[in-house]
Design a protein around this ligand. Structure first.
Ligand code: FBP
Length: 272
């Protein structure tokens, strides 16, 4: 595990990753509530907020981002190259997320500061994903870039296992976090299991591995901040968020509040 406190994608040991891979994962439906968010340049602009410690992009948008930076002279946030992804278009037998980019291309051609990889443990394709991740993790070590695992256990294996109640089962979420530690990630991104106690359970499984909460669909500022705060209070290290930011008319307002909670140790009331 790398020492992430010195990393380009953390600040005071914590992270706010602005995720913008939704055009791959979900398609245009995620941009419909805020049509300007379909234009990557809008989100590139948003990523310049001080609170954002990394911008997560698929390869095509990462190339666009680097051109945008060069053409506008804007600095933007450090680049987290999301190395695998899949669309919601086909009806699949089970979850699998193929690599769309090599670590070599991400680092040598795009100067990525970090690598992101989605792991669907529990899918019938789990073995294949573990092999893919092994290559990604070992290549990332050669280039000395950190790896963030989007750890989303889901699929038939979990649905059909009577020991678990589904992908939101706190035990499943904690297991997913633990896999980040076992398989060599430097930060793990997990779905919020619904309450602070279950996030604490997750933290008990990962030693010093950095954890970030996954944003989810758009909610009120207060409800969202409360979950983020509750994870930070029990050793969480921040957030990876997409829709709750780019589906807002004024994303900077929520980013101001998140900055207070994630990096300045403020309560939700203070941040509001
Ligand atoms: P959100 O904050 O919008 O949930 O984004 C986080 C994220 O992990 C994205 O990186 C990804 O596109 C999406 O959620 C995947 O969500 P799911 O697979 O649960 O539909």
């Amino acid at each position: 595990m790398k020492d992430m406190d010195d990393s380009a994608i953390t600040r005071n040991g914590n992270s706010l990753i602005l995720a913008y891979d939704h055009g791959t994962e979900h398609g245009p439906v995620d941009f419909e509530p805020m049509p300007k968010s379909a234009d990557p340049r809008h989100v590139f602009e948003v990523s310049q907020h001080d609170a954002v410690t990394a911008l997560a992009l698929q390869k095509g948008n990462a190339e666009y981002y680097r051109n945008w930076q060069e053409n506008t002279g804007n600095e933007g946030a450090p680049l987290l190259l999301k190395i695998n992804g899949n669309s919601s278009l086909p009806k699949r037998e089970d979850y699998y997320s193929p690599k769309q980019c090599s670590v070599q291309y991400a680092v040598e051609e795009l100067d990525a500061d970090a690598i992101g990889y989605t792991m669907y443990a529990g899918s019938i394709h789990e073995d294949e994903m573990w092999k893919d991740f092994r290559e990604v993790q070992e290549e990332a070590r050669k280039y000395d870039v950190p790896v963030v695992m989007w750890s989303y256990p889901r699929g038939k294996g979990i649905e059909e296992n009577p020991d678990y109640s589904g992908q939101k089962d706190p035990e499943v979420v904690a297991y997913g976090a633990r896999l980040g530690l076992e398989l060599g990630a430097d930060m793990v991104k997990c779905k919020y299991p619904g309450n602070q106690e279950d996030w604490e359970r997750l933290e008990s499984q990962v030693a010093e591995l950095k954890t970030v909460m996954s944003g989810g669909s758009k909610r009120s500022d207060r409800a969202f901040l409360q979950d983020v705060h509750d994870t930070i209070e029990v050793s969480g290290n921040g957030l990876a968020v997409g829709r709750n930011i780019f589906q807002r008319e004024e994303p900077g307002e929520l980013l101001d509040k998140l900055e207070k909670v994630i990096f300045e140790g403020k309560t939700v009331d203070e941040a509001m």
